[in-house]
Design a binder for this molecule. Structure first.
Ligand code: FES
Length: 105
């Protein structure tokens, strides 16, 4: 098996509607995960880049939360256009998308 170039973790954690922390599931986490998967498949990149579901990544209010390894860059994509930009500019082109990044601090 070829070594992965990037591993993308997408929070899909779900909490009850009355939980004050909110959750990425209610902010479209599963849809964003599906968009990453579809985009990587369409570009023939699934053997080089993996997009996996993740549990809570502790930035709940910023969701849907995505982290890319090995670079350790955090994102909050809101749409298919955002996902395509991350795939094209960062994962393929090597240039992180600063406008979509979020900070851990
Ligand atoms: S629920 Fe997604 S970061 Fe916590």
């Amino acid at each position: 098996m070829a070594r992965l170039e990037h591993h993308v973790f997408i929070c899909v954690n779900e909490r009850s509607a009355d939980d004050p922390r909110g959750c990425c599931a209610s902010r479209g986490g599963s849809e964003i995960r599906g968009l990453f998967s579809d985009e990587l498949k369409a570009r023939g990149l699934k053997s080089k880049i993996r997009a996996n579901k993740a549990g809570c990544l502790d930035l709940c209010s910023r969701g849907p939360v995505v982290v890319v390894y090995p670079s350790g860059i955090w994102y909050s994509p809101q749409s298919g256009d955002d996902v395509r930009m991350i795939v094209e500019d960062h994962l393929i082109g090597g240039k992180p998308v600063t406008d979509l990044q979020i900070s851990r601090t």
